[in-house]
Every structure is written in structure tokens, then in C-alpha cells.
Design a protein around this ligand. Structure first.
Ligand SMILES: C[S@@+](CC[C@H](N)C(=O)[O-])C[C@H]1O[C@@H](n2cnc3c(N)ncnc32)[C@H](O)[C@@H]1O
Ligand SMILES: *[C@@H]1O[C@H](CO)[C@@H](O)[C@H](O)[C@H]1NC(C)=O
Ligand SMILES: *[C@@H]1O[C@H](CO)[C@@H](O)[C@H](O)[C@H]1NC(C)=O
Ligand SMILES: *[C@@H]1O[C@H](CO)[C@@H](O)[C@H](O)[C@H]1NC(C)=O
Ligand SMILES: *[C@@H]1O[C@H](CO)[C@@H](O)[C@H](O)[C@H]1NC(C)=O
Length: 602
């Protein structure tokens, strides 16, 4: 990010400027007085920096150890059928991840060793994924005073302070009303950098500028880049819009953790050097409010990435100072943006200024490739689909325009869209039948078994993850419940994620042999349907169980459908973690995570 002093002066943030000045003095003093240790990672410092107190806390030891072949440990008994399973007899000794920051540990984002050895941070490389090998097998400690989270919908506006005890944003974004502290709670009044009159006002303002947006009908699945605490996505839920909100783990401390604790869909990600883990042509609308991405930098690749994932005919809303301020720097950025958007055939469909002093521009992506071909210069060039990598997983950003599929139409309005034939479905005649069968299968299974039949209390469930989502049938079957579902599609399996977006649902690509980009304790329910069979040839079930234990809240539930062998093996591991387990019809394993943690060794 670059703070423009001019803007600060305009916004009359003199105390902040004084603070900044003191900070610079302090950093300078620190640099001058320290020889061998470099300054802490403040965001202006480009060279790889280290923070001694941070490096020490990295949980590196691969645990647990399998200590003996005695029988089951723990006091955990349940009403199970009790037959002995594969792997039973092994006893795991679990340990807590060490260090004061371990409560919020995200293995692939907190890998300071890898981050320190990066050659460059210019393009936010230090916020991208670097997974430790082997996977850490320690357990995440609970924060002191952790409680069962506030239930939805109250949680949109208030969460327990003890669950996410971070105060930086309360202070740092005080004037912008992002989050406030009130006794035991953190409150979210619906403010934001660009939401001076509240986020509802802002949402209406957008639709007033471009009525065809049709929140919750034409526009259903959106992406909020640099979302802050995700109030934009949180309030759009009232309009039947589902937002994938994302931001990096950066100096906006715990923003995504707040969002998920509030029960708002969100994930950790960053616009940097690699593709976002979304398919082409996925989002109906993309939004960036002062999201600090230099769209025109890095050869325009960041904007080309948005172009890739934006649905043809979809819009990009950019609410940032270059749109409505005219100092030198903003003017230059605006001019670069005009040239870049023109070169990729984006059309300005609205541009306006609000009474509150903000403004926005709305661009529309074309619905066919014809404009690309009629450009005077083929710059940026069209992607060569034969050379282009066909995944979005550790793949560098393209420097080209992805071509638009010839047969493309806008999806049916929501909610019919959920069950209509998805555009991305294969044209194979059997595919359509398979899709409808899948929808029917999940609808029946959820109605007849999952709700009511498995002993799950669905009123305490809000954040749901389908670990192996297929066509998104499980999420579709839950659409009448007050839950949201993160649909995960394996990078090694059939690419069904475009279908999930076509249906008006959200999801990401992932490889479960690695840890997921989310904070600990962010999901209430994990669902896994025949996931393990495909994974255990590449990685250990123990690692996946540790990851499930990390992302699930205490009291949270997993529902696993798998082969008897897999279920027995998993059951044994979960029990060693002091989860309660129940097997239904020899087919579904229901595990409930407890508040148990291993003893702290002092
Ligand atoms: C000034 S805040 C704006 C937050 C919110 N959009 C609002 O208007 O209240 C900037 C946001 O951009 C995010 N951000 C910064 N660099 C980013 C990047 N390279 N990719 C995605 N988000 C980024 C920050 O983490 C933060 O959430
Ligand atoms: C546990 O049992 C397995 C097979 O029954 C055996 O190979 C292994 O050596 C035993 N390990 C210990 C620590 O006793
Ligand atoms: C993607 O590319 C890989 C390797 O080039 C290939 O094996 C795979 O079949 C491709 N998948 C699709 C869906 O085109
Ligand atoms: C289910 O969860 C809700 C909300 O957390 C709670 O009020 C209710 O008592 C629970 N019901 C049962 C049967 O545990
Ligand atoms: C799992 O494996 C089966 C059979 O090998 C295959 O048909 C299926 O597509 C795989 N699924 C995933 C998610 O990899």
C-alpha cells in the first residue's frame, strides 16, 4: 500500500500523520541501532525482514508420535457399535503447537522461514502460500476465555471479544467504523473505508447507478477484493447475494478471522503473482473498494486476472480515489486505468460521485471475443488456450486475455438458477441426466438422513464446508437453511467448480494434502463425501484429521461418508483427539470436536 500524504492532508488526519512521523523516527532509530537483526515486517520495508520473537513460535515439530500399541486412550466413550477398526491399537500422543501466536496458526501463510528467504516482496509475494513440509501435526491451543460463538444472525453485528481478541483495527479504523469494542463483545456497525454512510446506503447507491445489476436476481455470486471485515458481503446476504470476500493476512489484523467469526463467507487470498483459486468466467460481479491493488502495475496482470474470473457481461465496480480525486498521483493512475480497461475491451457503464465524497466507476466485460480481434494492437494478446496452464493452483498470473466461450448466456435469475442446467456442464447428453440425478440424490439424502437422522443440531451451524463438493449438490440441498457453504473442489479431480458458480454457489480449488487458507476455528460443520480414498495414496489421513481439527470450532461437527475401512481408521484418529464419534448405517461417521486440548507443557 502507498499512503498518499496529500490524501491524508485532505482527510485531515493530522494525528495519524504525527503518529506516522514518530513511527518513521522509531524505525530509523531501530535500523541504526541494530546490526544483525532486521526491523520487524512493517509494510514499507521491502527487503526480507525477520522478527526474532515471531520466528521462535513457528510450530515445526511434526507430531504426534505414535507411542505404543496399547488400546484406545482417553475417557471418551460413546454409543458406537464398538467394533475394532483398522489402525486401532495405535496410540497417538498429541501436543499443542508452541508459542504465543499458535492460537491463530495458519501453516501455509505463517511459514516465516520461507517468507524470509523470498527474493522479492514487490508484488506481495510474502502473502502467498508456502506450505511447510512435512505438515505440522501439532494441535492449535484455544484462546483464553474462548466461548461457543454468538449465533447467526446476531453474529453479523457482534462477536465475543475473547474468541478473536484483536484490537488493532478498533484503533486503526476508528473513524471508519469497521469494528468497535463494547465490554465482552466486538461490534460491527457496518462501516468501511468507502462506506461513510453505512454499507446499506452504499449497496443501494450501486444499484441506483446501474439498475440492471438486480441484486439477488441477475447478480447472485460476487467477489469482494480486499474486503476488510466483510461488511459489504455480510449485508448483501439480505438481498440473496452470496459474496466471496477475501483479503490477505496483512496488517489489517484478523480481518478475515472477524468475518468468519461473524458467520460471513470469507477466505484468505491475495492478488499477487499467482492466479486466484477460482475458475474462469465465475463471478457475476467483482468489487474493489480502496482494495489497494495496483491494477495497472505488473504489466496489468492483476486486472487481466479479474478479467479471467469475471463472467462475460459481468461488471467490475471500482471505488477508489483515482476515480474521484484529481491530485497528480490519482490522475496518473486513472489515466493508466483508462488505457488498460480500453485495451481489454471493458466498457464504462456508470461513473458517479456520492454526496458523502466517494465515487465509483463500473466497467462491463464484453460477451464475445469480437472486440478483442478488432483492436488496432493485439496488446495484451489473446491467450493461446493450448499453451495456457489449465489449473489455477500455484499458477503464475497470465499476461494475456482469456478468450470468451462462444456459447455463453447469462444464467437464469436466482433462485431458479440453483437447479437449472449449468452452462459449464459438458455437452455430453448423459451429463445433464447425471447432474439432475446428483441434485436429486443430495436433496433426498440431506432431507432424509442429514437433517434429523444424524443427531446434528443444525440451529447451531452457520459456516459449512463441503470438502469434496462435486457439483455442489450438498450445498444446494441446504439452501433453505440459514447456513452458507464453502464448496471445495480438488485440484486433482474433475473440474466441477465452474458448475458450482453457474448454480449461484461459491467455492475454491484446494488440495487436501495441504493446509487450507483459513484461520483455526472458523467452521461449524465439515462434510466429506468419499474424499479419503483419492487422497490416501498421496498423503496421510492423520494430516487431514489434524487440519480438520484446526479449522473446526469446538463443538463443531464433521459428517463423513466413505468406505468402512476409511471410516474406521478416521474414527480411531478422531477419538484420540477426544472427539465423540457415531457411526450410522455403517456408512456415515459423525464426529464432534470437544473443547479438549493436550496439557500445556511448561
Ligand atoms: C483500505 S482497506 C478497504 C476495506 C474495504 N474494502 C472497505 O472499503 O472498507 C484495504 C483492503 O485491501 C486489502 N488488500 C491490500 N492488498 C491487497 C491485495 N494485494 N489483494 C487483495 N486485497 C488486498 C487489505 O487487506 C484491506 O482489506
Ligand atoms: C505395533 O504393532 C505393529 C504390528 O502389530 C508392529 O509392527 C510394531 O512394531 C508395534 N509397535 C510397537 C511400538 O510396539
Ligand atoms: C490439464 O493439463 C494436464 C497436463 O497438461 C492434463 O493432464 C489434463 O488432462 C488437463 N485437464 C483438462 C481438464 O484439460
Ligand atoms: C441447538 O442449538 C441451539 C443454538 O445453539 C440451542 O439453543 C439449542 O438448545 C440446541 N438444541 C439442542 C437439542 O441441543
Ligand atoms: C476419485 O477417484 C475416482 C476413481 O479413481 C475418480 O472417478 C474420481 O473422479 C476421483 N475424485 C476426485 C475428487 O479426485
Amino acid at each position: 500500500m502507498a499512503i498518499s500524504v496529500h490524501n491524508l492532508l485532505k482527510e485531515r488526519r493530522y494525528p495519524f500523520i504525527a503518529f506516522l512521523f514518530l513511527l518513521i523516527l522509531f524505525v530509523a532509530f531501530f535500523i541504526l541501532t541494530t546490526n544483525n537483526s532486521q526491523p520487524p515486517p512493517l509494510y514499507h520495508i521491502r527487503q526480507p525482514s525477520s522478527h526474532p520473537s515471531v520466528t521462535k513460535i513457528i510450530p515445526t515439530t511434526p507430531l504426534p508420535e505414535i507411542v505404543s500399541n496399547r488400546t484406545e486412550i482417553g475417557t471418551n466413550r460413546d454409543s458406537d457399535d464398538g467394533d475394532s477398526g483398522e489402525g486401532e491399537g495405535l496410540v497417538y500422543e498429541w501436543k499443542l503447537c508452541p508459542g504465543p501466536l499458535a492460537v491463530d496458526y495458519i501453516p501455509c501463510l505463517d511459514n516465516w522461514k520461507a517468507i524470509k528467504s523470498l527474493k522479492s516482496r514487490r508484488h506481495m509475494e510474502h502473502r502467498e502460500r508456502y506450505c511447510p513440509k512435512p505438515n505440522p501435526r501439532c494441535l492449535i491451543p484455544l484462546p483464553d476465555g474462548y466461548k461457543v460463538p454468538v449465533a447467526w444472525p446476531k453474529s453479523r453485528d457482534m462477536i465475543w471479544f475473547d474468541n478473536v481478541p484483536h484490537l488493532k483495527l478498533v484503533e486503526y479504523k476508528k473513524e471508519q467504523n469497521w469494528v468497535k469494542r463494547s465490554g465482552d463483545y466486538l461490534l460491527f456497525p457496518g462501516g468501511g473505508t468507502q462506506f461513510k454512510e453505512g454499507v446499506n446506503h452504499y449497496i443501494q447507491y450501486i444499484e441506483k447507478n446501474l439498475p440492471k445489476i438486480g441484486w439477488g436476481k441477475r447478480t447472485r455470486v460476487i467477489l469482494d477484493v480486499g474486503c476488510g471485515v466483510a461488511s459489504f458481503g455480510g449485508y448483501l446476504l439480505d438481498k440473496n447475494v452470496i459474496t466471496m470476500s477475501f483479503a490477505p493476512k496483512d496488517e489489517h489484523e484478523a480481518q478475515i478471522q472477524f468475518a468468519l467469526e461473524r458467520g460471513i463467507p470469507a477466505t484468505l487470498s491475495v492478488i499477487a503473482t499467482q492466479k486466484l483459486t477460482f475458475p474462469d468466467n465465475a463471478f457475476d460481479l467483482i468489487h474493489c473498494a480502496r482494495c489497494r491493488v495496483h491494477w495497472d502495475g505488473y504489466g496489468g496482470k492483476p486486472l487481466l486476472e479479474l478479467n479471467r474470473i469475471l463472467r462475460p457481461g459481468g461488471v467490475f465496480i471500482w471505488s477508489a480515489t483515482p476515480v474521484y480525486r484529481d491530485d497528480e498521483r490519482d490522475k496518473k493512475v486513472w489515466e493508466a486505468m483508462v488505457a488498460l480497461t480500453k485495451s481489454i475491451c471493458w466498457k464504462v457503464v456508470a461513473k458517479s460521485f456520492d454526496s458523502s465524497g466517494i465515487g465509483l466507476v463500473i466497467y462491463e466485460k464484453p460477451i464475445s471475443s469480437s472486440c478483442y480481434k478488432s483492436r488496432k494492437e493485439s496488446n495484451p494478446p489473446l491467450c493461446d488456450e493450448n499453451l495456457r496452464p489449465n489449473t489455477s493452483w500455484y499458477t503464475p498470473l497470465d499476461g494475456c486475455i482469456s478468450t470468451i466461450p462462444v456459447a455463453n448466456t447469462w444464467p437464469t435469475p436466482w433462485p431458479q438458477r440453483l437447479k437449472s442446467k449449468p452452462l459449464s456442464l459438458s455437452t455430453d447428453p448423459d451429463a445433464e441426466l447425471a447432474f439432475y440425478e446428483d441434485t436429486k440424490h443430495w436433496s433426498e439424502l440431506v432431507t432424509n438422513v442429514y437433517i434429523g437422522g444424524l443427531g446434528v443440531n443444525w440451529s447451531s451451524v452457520r459456516n459449512v464446508m463441503d470438502m469434496n463438493a462435486g457439483y455442489g449438490g450438498f450445498a444446494a440441498a441446504l439452501s433453505d437453511l440459514p447456513v452458507w457453504v464453502m464448496n471445495i473442489v480438488s485440484v486433482n479431480g474433475p473440474n466441477t467448480l465452474p458448475i458450482i458458480f453457474d448454480r449461484g454457489l461459491i467455492g475454491i480449488y484446494h488440495d487436501w494434502c495441504e493446509s487450507l487458507n483459513t484461520y483455526p476455528r472458523t467452521y461449524d460443520l465439515l462434510h466429506s463425501s468419499f474424499l479419503f480414498g483419492n487422497l490416501t495414496s498421496r498423503c496421510d489421513m492423520l494430516d487431514i484429521a489434524v487440519e480438520m481439527d484446526r479449522v473446526l470450532r469446538p463443538g463443531g461437527v464433521v459428517i463423513v461418508e466413505d468406505s468402512t475401512g476409511m471410516l474406521k481408521k478416521l474414527k480411531h484418529i478422531l477419538r484420540s483427539l477426544h472427539w465423540s464419534t457415531n457411526l450410522h448405517q455403517q456408512r456415515f461417521l459423525v464426529g464432534r470436536k470437544s473443547f479438549w486440548r493436550p496439557e500445556k507443557k511448561r
